[in-house]
Design a binder for this molecule. Structure first.
Ligand code: PLP
Length: 375
């Protein structure tokens, strides 16, 4: 099997699965219970929070566990807007965000907020000057991604945060770092970031666990109401097995981060070299600032069909974002690419376990498929 769809989700690390199982079997108490089993569970929760905080470059008290990237993003966006509604009703985001962001701000638009969607250039880049031009007295939130999940462009979040705070000191800055965790250094304090979202299943933890960084002193209302868990900000009994697995995945990735990055960069370079040498009908989409997400259009091969053909050789890639299944890519559309390029685009995304054999299998399968499809 050649799994090259790691931006959609990753295989669970054995260490993470073991950590979850250990908690399910041995530390199954409720962290809020006052007996010994509850106290042990609370200890697991405390250690996990410290581990995740370290991975995010934050303090443990600034970490809120959530069900994943989507919930973290919703919590940040709705919370920031509800908190600041008396200060203004203008939100800035980009046209290349994940649907968790786009559909959240669309909902707020229907409630009377105004939204500016910064447009990318043909390479998928967002210009700082466009953000500066959009900022106004009414701006209360800027929300954008760190790494684009379809083409792998890096957004200038440090410059954006600086510009936002200079012009609108009262506005909050949320960064969707879901595709950046352990692939790009996360330095939310240097970015003037108030809120940052991450997801476990992109780094080898199970699906359904994530975190929201909420800077000390940033007080926004919660999305759900209930008991006192997560300081009352995200109530509900904590999913300790998933939290422990997320922390364990962070621990493994922290230890191997340097070699993982070098390995993925080498694989990505090898892929580009192989495509340049062997696939003349392929065109890369976007500038691709990060090596782990690469996007190519294969002229004459409809993505949905090529995807199925590759699958026959157990090569798994994706036709854009997994969450936008069946829809034309809004990211490639915003970049102004012609329909023929959008309809033939495939995303290839790497994780540390990938090898050069996976790339070789992909190139061989593309060749085989294209011979049939381009006739
Ligand atoms: N943001 C980005 C950039 C993503 O790529 C994803 C998932 O693909 C999400 C948010 C949503 O994360 P989750 O699947 O954990 O809800």
């Amino acid at each position: 099997m050649h799994y090259l769809d790691n931006s959609a989700t990753t295989r669970v690390l054995p260490e993470a699965a073991d950590a979850a199982l250990r908690v399910m079997r041995e530390t199954f108490g409720n962290p809020s219970s006052q007996h010994a089993l509850g106290i042990r569970a609370a200890g697991v929760l405390r250690d996990a929070r410290a581990q995740v905080a370290q991975a995010l470059g934050t303090q443990p008290t600034e970490i809120v566990f959530t069900s994943g990237g989507t919930e973290s993003i919703n919590t940040a966006i709705f919370g920031a807007c509800r908190k600041n509604i008396h200060k203004g009703k203008h939100i800035i985001t980009t046209a290349i965000e994940h649907s968790a962001t786009l559909n959240s701000v669309k909902k707020l638009e229907s409630e009377g907020f105004t939204v500016t969607y910064l447009q990318p250039n043909a390479a998928g880049q967002i210009a700082l000057a466009d953000l500066e031009a959009a900022l106004c007295d009414d701006t209360i939130l800027m929300t954008c991604m760190l790494v684009n999940n379809e083409v792998g462009t890096l957004l200038p979040v440090a410059d954006m945060g600086r510009a936002l705070k200079k012009r609108c000191p009262h506005a909050l800055f949320h960064v969707d770092a879901v595709q950046g965790l352990f692939r790009v250094p996360l330095t939310p304090t240097k970015w003037n970031c108030d809120l940052m979202s991450v997801s476990g299943h992109k780094i080898g933890a199970p699906k359904g666990i994530g975190a929201l960084y909420k800077k000390q002193g940033v007080n926004i209302p919660p999305l759900v109401y209930g008991g006192g868990q997560e300081s009352g900000f995200r109530p509900g009994t904590e999913p300790l097995p998933s939290i422990a697995a997320f922390a364990e995945a962070c621990c493994v990735r922290t230890l191997t981060q340097r070699e993982d990055s070098a390995h993925i960069a080498a694989l990505s370079a090898y892929l580009k070299e192989q495509i340049a040498d062997n696939v003349p009908f392929a065109v890369q989409n976007g500038v691709n600032d990060v090596p782990h997400v690469v996007n190519y259009s294969f002229e004459g091969c409809k993505s949905e069909v090529l995807l199925r053909v590759l699958e026959m050789d157990e090569v798994y890639v994706s036709a854009g974002s997994a969450c936008a299944r069946g829809h034309e890519s809004h990211v490639l559309g915003a970049m102004g690419l012609p329909k023929s390029r959008i309809d033939t685009a495939l995303r290839i995304s790497f994780a540390p376990f990938n090898t050069a054999e996976d790339v070789d299998a992909l190139i061989a399968a593309v060749h085989k498929g294209a011979t049939r499809l381009r006739r």
